[in-house]
Design a protein around this ligand. Sequence first.
Ligand SMILES: [Cu+2]
Length: 67
Amino acid sequence: MPTTTYSVPNISCGHCVHTIQSELIELEGVKDVRASVETKMVVVTFEPPADESKIKALLAEINYPAE
Ligand SMILES: [Cu+2]
């Protein structure tokens, strides 16, 4: 199953981590989401119908755009 790491500079606190994880896990096909304040990275494990463009679009939509 693909795992992709995204750099998300807007992550600034635990609330950001919670928002990102709870929103992304709702995307159909997303199996696991790990966001980190320390690294400002989001690691997403997914299968179809989720794909990289849908994940990036959702991150942008919730104001945590990936670089
Ligand atoms: Cu925050």
